[in-house]
Design a protein. Structure first.
Length: 110
């Protein structure tokens, strides 16, 4: 059963996702992109004004096509452009494997 995070736990979730992203990135696993999407969404849900792509580890992935919709959503959120965010969300298919994150697979390299 998946653990659900409440509003007070999004900070902890973002730390966990960052650690997971770092580990997958170090291992060279393609799962790092999916975990990065979760990290970005956690930042949004905790109401952070910090851009998750300002860190040295995540910056190279900012323009990757796999996370473009998520980075566009972050930008709209930070600019407080509600209509733009809604447009981006409408364009993201809930069933798209490119737009929304999937559950990360365990990494065998650890």
């Amino acid at each position: 059963m998946a653990q659900l995070y409440g509003p007070e736990q999004w900070q902890r979730a973002s730390e966990d996702f960052f650690t997971s992203f770092h580990n997958y990135d170090e291992a060279g696993s393609p799962q790092r992109i999916q975990v990065l999407k979760y990290l970005v969404l956690a930042y949004l849900l905790m109401g952070s004004d910090i851009d998750p792509f300002d860190s040295q580890e995540t910056k190279p992935y900012r323009q990757q096509p796999e996370i473009k919709a998520v980075t566009d959503l972050v930008g709209a959120y930070q600019r407080r452009e509600v209509h733009e965010a809604e447009k981006i969300l409408r364009g993201m298919s809930l069933f798209s494997t490119k737009a929304l994150p999937k559950s990360p697979e365990p990494c065998d390299k650890f």
